[in-house]
Design a protein around this ligand. Structure first.
Ligand SMILES: Nc1ncnc2c1ncn2[C@@H]1O[C@H](COP(=O)(O)OP(=O)(O)OP(=O)(O)O)[C@@H](O)[C@H]1O
Length: 245
């Protein structure tokens, strides 16, 4: 469904992504994991057209969409930190997005209702708490019923009840055949929600495997131990370099 073909991206001298090849299919729930600064958000922003790669192609349903924008209407995005226009009320934000997306009225109100946004729809976005902003962002990501959902740290900042509501919604949409790409440092959430893990490190895809296989490979029964091993390996390499220096 979505293919990253030899994607590279540098910010100045910092090579963030270096020849990334990945294919994601309909109905998959994929965890994108890696140390801070490993390029997870950059990878997702390339998919969303918010960052342009220096090299490589992005394909959707085997069509090159690198230089187009229409495909983006197929993607719902929940950013790590939502920056909404502060002078808008919640209701105005949803109205504005309906106009921009020229949606046809088939809205998914599950999260809007579960988070009881109707009762606070006249509040200004600037006045919302961080967690409530995240609820608005989550409701908006699912609102237009897109076949692909990109969720960047979706549960960060949500209270436990809101977390459970969002996770149930993610599972439900996954069973309907949607593609979900999720980054999070909360590995227990990823273990609950996803079945495939992509681990980025030093600009490359270091691991791309089913979580079940990965746990078996490393002889561990939880994902956080596997990730700790992967990160530890990297740490040892860094300290070896420091010792040599
Ligand atoms: N617009 C930008 N200009 C310059 N550098 C950038 C820009 N966006 C990201 N970077 C740098 O690229 C690197 C990768 O950032 P990115 O946000 O993709 O990492 P991440 O894996 O999502 O990190 P985290 O786990 O901390 O959220 C970081 O060193 C970051 O400072």
């Amino acid at each position: 469904m979505i293919t990253f073909e030899n994607i590279s991206k540098a910010f100045g001298k910092l090579q963030v992504l270096n020849g990334i090849n990945l294919r994601f299919n309909r109905g998959e729930a994929v965890a994108i994991v890696g140390p801070n600064g490993s390029g997870k958000t950059t990878l997702l922003k390339i998919l969303l057209g918010m960052v342009l790669p220096d090299e490589g192609r992005l394909l959707m349903n085997d069509e090159d969409v690198s230089k187009t924008s229409d495909y983006r209407s197929q993607i719902g995005y929940m950013p790590q930190i939502s920056k909404f226009p502060s002078n808008l009320r919640i209701s105005q934000l949803f109205d504005m997005m309906k106009e921009i997306r020229q949606a046809n009225g088939q809205y998914d109100l599950d999260l809007y209702e579960a988070f009881e946004l109707e009762t606070i729809k006249d509040k200004y976005l600037s006045s919302l708490s961080g967690g409530t902003k995240q609820k608005v962002a989550a409701a908006l990501a699912f609102y237009f019923n897109p076949p692909v959902l990109v969720l960047d740290e979706p549960t960060a900042g949500l209270d436990p009840l809101a977390c459970e509501i969002l996770k149930n919604k993610i599972r439900l949409e996954n069973t309907k055949g949607k593609l979900l790409l999720i980054t999070s440092h909360i590995l227990s959430d990823l273990e609950e929600l996803t079945e495939r893990l992509v681990y980025l490190q030093d600009g490359r895809v270091h691991v791309d495997r089913s979580i079940t296989d990965l746990k078996a490979d490393y002889g561990q029964n939880n994902l956080s131990r596997v990730i700790a091993i992967l990160m530890k390996k990297k740490e040892m390499t860094s300290s070896d370099i420091l010792q040599v220096a």
